[in-house]
Design a protein around this ligand. Structure first.
Ligand SMILES: *[C@@H]1O[C@H](CO)[C@@H](O)[C@H](O)[C@H]1NC(C)=O
Ligand SMILES: CC(=O)N[C@H]1CO[C@H](CO)[C@@H](O)[C@@H]1O
Length: 651
């Protein structure tokens, strides 16, 4: 094209014929130029529009990540949440991406692993009460975990209802009327969720043939937007005894506003539901109770039953001995910790600092310590009870490093609960001050802003490693607050121990080398194939939920007890959700909450740990339990926390 232009422009002599031709050529050329100009303008504008769209798409993506979508199948990756995000709009995202939620579930799970496949046909045992006809036996009227008058005001239709036990009877007591039931997975994954759904499904098939089970897609958003699938036997099969929540996926939305309650009512009316099972942690079960109250107050026939789910182990009470997923997650972490211990002893030169998931409570760290016998396991609740400072925690670790060095040991394993920072008051003060300061001003590079900190906070800030200082200043959530959970405590402690050892080197009290290795075990444990215990426990919970709905109960959490006995002797029933509740003042309003169960320092598991930890600190009593077993001598162990709490083994 360029050549042609050059040619026409440089042609010196023209005949008239040529003149006409060149005029024609000129106008053709002009037309061509115009067209090409228009084309360029068009391309530029579309490019601009495309880039803007992409930018907006990215923004939306970021919002979504903050919202903590619980589906790795859609985003292709985990979204870094751990209950710190606020909202997700799972169904909305499907619409935006043009994905039908139904299609998501049409792409049936394909199992290619021999072990996974072999687990599919493993039918969990059932408590003996389900072997024959049973009836309901009621306990005394219940109260609340705290502020009973307030709880009564918030739940006038449910408050005080008795807990329920299923007991054998001579003849069937419930009509086998067909039921329509919905189920929803709410919050972070925990191994065994699929078996709860399998339990509900099988219960309905066995005891109310012809019943229908709907699975709401993507968590509570699925209820609000009425996005669901019907769960059939073929659909369910590839998920039996498997980890994950991908059968219907989960989400973190809460049904909170009057509008959202209305949407939920519309959905259960539209589907004509007799029951709704909410599988979730403390917040989700609180939400389940609010729904139960709302449906009853509005005279809907839909009953609501909760199921205790969370790997963190902080949802428990007298009647709910444990939440599902805890057992599997701890065994997965214990395997990895055991491996790291063998590594420590093999190389002889590393200190492994392992941070474990579990949010505020240190149940996971304690259970893993009991299973693996580390040199140190920090228990957040103890740090709080003794008002320990960060400096003291660091000094304790450093002292042990020096002591072991004296024995010629330059390695060790240290377990750190994710919630440690929540328990050190001085860090809480620092964070509160930072939130305050950063809300109104920015940090000048010269550091003048630091003078706004109180002297103790300023001293603490100066003590922190540079990377942690940056995390504190830069990583904020959408509300502008420091993201405490993102702070890599294990790295922080390594750096601080290094600094302290350097100091001691100067003083001549330590002469060796210290190499710290950091680990965070979290997501690795949330979706493992459930242990025999979790698989069986969850299946029983599903049966319990089915039975509670069939017997016409609402506002209860399915509870299966006597868990250290063989499965046949497990007790089955439901506990009033209001009995687990207390009120908390949030934003000037009384909000019902299920109190998180923290590690009790006078409880058997902690006492057991406290009695042996000094030995573990200096001697290497490492225990490497290996991978989860489904058959063989250790396949049916439930472990330490539960055994000790229920008094099955002496502390
Ligand atoms: C719990 O299990 C034990 C066996 O370990 C059994 O003797 C007891 O009767 C069971 N308790 C209940 C309430 O079923
Ligand atoms: C890891 C661990 O401590 N496992 C224990 C689990 O419980 C059984 C008893 O059922 C014990 O024998 C195991 O040692």
């Amino acid at each position: 094209m360029d050549k042609y232009i050059v040619h026409t422009l440089t042609c010196p002599l023209r005949t008239p014929q040529e003149g006409l031709e060149s005029k024609l050529t000129d106008s053709l050329l002009r037309l061509f130029f115009t067209l090409s100009l228009a084309y360029h303008v068009f391309v530029t504008i579309s490019r601009f529009l495309f880039l803007r769209c992409r930018e907006r798409e990215r923004e939306r993506e970021r919002e979504r990540e903050l919202g903590g979508l619980e589906s790795s199948r859609i985003t292709g990756e985990h979204t870094g949440e751990q209950d710190y995000g606020s909202r997700s709009t799972f169904a909305g995202i499907h619409e935006e991406l043009g994905i039908r939620p139904e299609a998501l579930c049409e792409s049936k799970r394909k199992l290619v692993d021999v072990l996974q496949t072999s687990r599919l046909d493993d039918k969990p045992s059932l408590p003996s009460v389900f072997q024959g006809p049973f009836q309901v036996s009621y306990g005394p009227a219940t109260s609340a975990a705290g502020n009973p008058e307030e709880i009564q005001k918030l739940f006038p239709n449910l408050y005080g209802q008795p807990s329920v036990d299923l007991v054998p009877s001579t003849k069937p007591t419930f009509t086998e009327k067909k039921l329509k039931v919905g189920v929803v997975l709410s919050g972070g994954q925990a191994p065994g969720g699929h078996n709860v759904i399998a339990g509900i499904y099988d219960y309905l098939q066995e005891h109310a043939k012809g019943s229908i089970l709907f699975g709401f897609l993507g968590g509570p958003a699925g209820i609000m937007k009425c996005k669901y699938v019907e769960i059939t036997s073929e659909f369910l099969y590839p998920y039996r005894n498997q980890g994950g929540f991908d059968i219907i996926c989960s989400g973190r939305d809460k049904i909170e506003t009057p509008d959202q309650f209305k949407q939920a009512m519309d959905t259960v009316n539209k589907l004509d539901l007799d029951g709704l099972v909410v599988i979730g942690g403390d917040d989700s079960n609180t939400n389940a109770c609010l729904l139960a109250e709302c449906f009853r107050a509005n005279k809907l026939k839909t009953h609501v039953i909760g199921c205790p789910k969370t790997i963190d182990g902080d949802l428990k009470s007298k009647h709910v001995p444990i939440s599902f997923g805890f057992d599997t997650a701890c065994k997965i972490y214990a395997e990895m910790i055991g491996n790291v211990m063998v590594d420590a002893r093999s190389t002889g030169k590393y200190y492994h600092f392992v941070r474990l998931m579990g949010r505020a409570a240190s149940h996971i760290t304690l259970e893993c310590a009991l299973q693996t016998h580390p040199n140190i396991a920090i228990i957040g609740e103890e740090v709080a009870a003794h008002h320990q400072t960060l400096r003291q925690v660091v000094n304790d670790i450093t002292d042990l490093v020096c002591k072991r060095a004296g024995q010629g040991k330059h390695y060790g394993v240290i377990l750190i609960p994710e919630g440690l920072i929540d328990f050190i008051p001085e860090i809480q003060h620092l964070i509160a001050e930072l939130n305050e300061i950063l809300a109104t001003s920015t940090c000048d590079p010269e550091g003048h802003w630091k003078h706004k900190l109180t002297p103790p906070s300023r001293a603490l800030f100066a003590l922190l490693p540079h990377s942690i200082q940056e995390e504190l200043l830069l990583e904020r959530d959408p509300h502008g607050n420091v993201q405490v959970a993102r702070i890599e405590t294990e790295k922080m402690l390594i750096t601080m121990v290094e600094a302290e050892l350097m100091q001691r080197k100067h003083e001549g009290t330590y002469t060796n080398n210290f190499i710290g290795m950091s680990h965070f075990f979290g997501y690795e444990g949330r979706c493992g194939m459930p242990t025999n215990f979790d698989a069986t426990y969850c299946y029983a919970l599903g049966f319990a939920a089915g039975a509670l709905l069939q017997s016409g109960h609402s506002g209860l959490i399915a509870s299966v007890g006597n868990l250290t006995a063989p499965c046949a002797e497990w007790t089955v029933g439901g506990t009033a959700l209001t009995e687990l509740m207390d009120v908390e003042r949030r934003k000037g309003k009384n909000k019902p909450v299920i109190k998180k169960a923290m590690v009790e320092l006078d409880g058997a598991p902690f006492r057991k740990f406290a009695s042996v930890r000094e030995k573990w600190a200096v001697e290497d009593s490492y225990r490497s339990p290996g991978p989860i077993q489904f058959a063989g001598p250790t396949a049916h162990e439930t472990n330490c926390t539960l055994q000790l709490e229920l008094g099955a083994v002496a502390a």
